[in-house]
Design a protein around this ligand. Structure first.
Ligand code: 5GP
Ligand code: MN
Length: 341
């Protein structure tokens, strides 16, 4: 994949003098959000910029190994206002791995207070909003980490990718492609993986950190959810699962523990679409996954005020768990009636 040359040149011009830079990514940050932020921060720091990475809320514990992650400011628990100060005084604000400022919750309001900063989007979600001065929006890219890798290559060369950048970029490329298995993978992604591997990163170590570092509670919760909570309907082609706050407490839930559960029903042969409902204090988080042509981005937009990608999307529900499930089942019927399922 090639990033448009005029955009690369615009970016180069923007970065030609030292600037105060803020890098933001989305709420409930995942490997791609964090990996792309940290790798981008590292190269910008090398170029002489002053860089602050901010996330709206905390990352899951199994991503703590990512190099440089301790430098990220968590907006929700930022008692001394470092995030607010950095955003207010920033010359450039980079938004990575999300497509609209609305996904930042309260952090989005803070950005609106700074009207002089240039806003740059680097992202791979569909339908980006028009809030940005420069948009590097490539929905065909399998991850934002891949995009950041390409941008570094096109601005400079592969040689500028250090081992720590490579570790961070590899995490996002691996997690956003379901361990290099989704239809979004391309020959050029594997070329870049080879560039990353050549920096000396340990792929088995990274794999173990991300996929084999969970708590006992998470393993037991996984078993419980699949065994007790998975409902299969629509002739065996749609599944949903739910998790209440009480159930989370029972299994010593930590943030990130239910990540990936939603993919499991798709290991069943006939399954086309899977949904997971997770209770939060003020809303229920909806996670959707699908196979092949079934477009859960459209489903999320239509029925859950959300969005995402064709085969992985999400949204929110502001009614009870019971009503959310009812609404989901009715929406599936409607979707199927229109020939979309
Ligand atoms: P996950 O199920 O892993 O939380 O999210 C899957 C995909 O859906 C992600 O790419 C994410 O950007 C998108 N997504 C999740 N929640 C929301 C939401 O509330 N609004 C929008 N627009 N996209 C979402
Ligand atoms: Mn991503």
């Amino acid at each position: 994949m090639q990033i448009a040359t005029n955009k690369i040149e615009e970016l180069r011009a923007m970065l030609s003098t030292p600037a105060r830079i803020v890098i933001l990514s989305h709420t409930n940050p995942d490997g791609d959000a964090i990996g792309s932020s940290l790798a981008w921060a590292e190269i910008l720091t090398q170029l002489g910029h002053s860089v602050t990475c901010i996330l709206p809320n905390r990352y899951p514990y199994y991503l703590e190994f990512m190099p440089g992650i301790e430098s990220i400011i968590i907006f929700k628990s930022d008692k001394d206002n470092r995030a607010a100060e950095a955003v207010k005084s920033a010359d450039i604000i980079f938004c990575l791995d999300f497509h609209s400022l609305s996904r930042l919750d309260q952090l989005g309001d803070l950005i609106d207070e700074n009207q002089h900063a240039k806003r740059v989007l680097i992202d791979h979600h569909l339908d980006p909003s028009e809030d940005f001065d420069l948009m590097l929006s490539y929905p065909e890219a399998s991850s934002t980490c891949y995009l950041v890798g390409r941008i570094i290559e096109q601005l400079f060369s592969s040689e500028r990718i250090t081992r720590s950048m490579a570790e961070n970029l590899f995490v996002g490329m691996m997690t956003d492609t379901g361990n290099f298995a989704f239809s979004t993978v391309t020959p050029d992604l594997f070329r870049m993986v080879s560039v990353l591997a050549a920096t000396g990163i340990s792929i088995p170590d990274i794999h173990n950190h991300v996929y084999n570092s969970f708590t006992e509670g998470r393993a037991r919760l996984y078993g419980y959810v699949i065994n007790r909570k998975m409902k299969i309907f629509h002739n065996g082609t749609v599944a949903h699962m739910s998790l209440t706050e009480d159930e989370m407490r029972r299994f010593w839930f930590q943030q990130g523990d239910s990540e990936g559960f939603v993919n499991y029903p798709l290991t069943i042969k006939k399954m086309k679409m899977s949904a997971m409902f997770t209770q939060h204090t003020d809303f229920i988080r909806v996670s959707l996954r699908s196979r092949g042509d079934i477009d859960v981005n459209i489903f999320a937009q239509r029925y859950f005020n959300g969005g995402g990608h064709k085969n992985a999307a999400g949204g929110k529900s502001f009614v009870s768990m019971e009503e959310t499930i009812k609404h989901f089942e009715a929406s599936v019927k409607q979707f199927a009636k229109e020939g979309l399922l």
